[in-house]
Design a binder for this molecule. Sequence first.
Ligand SMILES: [Cu+2]
Length: 268
Amino acid sequence: MGLVLLVVIWLITLVSTYFFVAKTWWLPAGASAAAAGIDHHFTVSFYLMGFVFVAAQLALGYLVWKYREGGSSQKASYSHGNTTLEVVWTVLTTILFVGLNLASSSIWAAERFRAAEANAVHVEVTGMQFAWYFRYPEPDGKYGATNPKLMDPSAGGEAAVGLNTSDAAAKDDVVTGTMFLPVDREVDVSLRAVDVIHSFFVPNLRFKQDAVPGLNIHMHFKPTAIGEYEIACAELCGLGHYKMHGMVHVVSQEDFDKWLAAREAEKQ
Ligand SMILES: [Cu+2]
């Protein structure tokens, strides 16, 4: 029985490790300025954790077999353990976790605490059960006033985000169900949620941030490759969570200007 357990434990370890080594279900191609740095830290974390995981599981299988019932070893007795060993692995684990956090915090902070570049495109992203809406303040660059009392998710578009159409700055605000962004320009995102917590996640852009009701969360990122990328809600937000999906179209500056001008024209 000890041998069977050893084989099962080692098999589970090797098969699950294989999928990571072979990158069977891996990240999609990165398409933002922060992607390389994030992927690097992701890889470093996986190597470190993978090494600990494999070593611990191999040792577990070996010990299960070594101390099997009916083996040559003596009957097990209660042991307090080894205080020195416990201190050592607790300290090592702390260093590992705190170290990984410190090493990656600059990437995380760059998208949050540094101000967005001066020529950034401003987009407000609003999550609601179960859709995403995107608001562009162009051409005056000012977001018009919104009011929670005006929010009507069933109406969609401007009404869904509660746009106060009598506000002068709201006249040129464009609200869409698909996100268009110009390539190689920073995007200053204002994240809002109408009902519950949602999470705006674009795997290709390596961008994920919760949208919280009552908060206006500012972040920025820079798409670096033209393409269509999927948005997923990464926070379990209700029965329709699975279909809370959207698209980001990263296009050339010229195509972006044309697209935005066409949306403005539709509004008039
Ligand atoms: Cu959601």
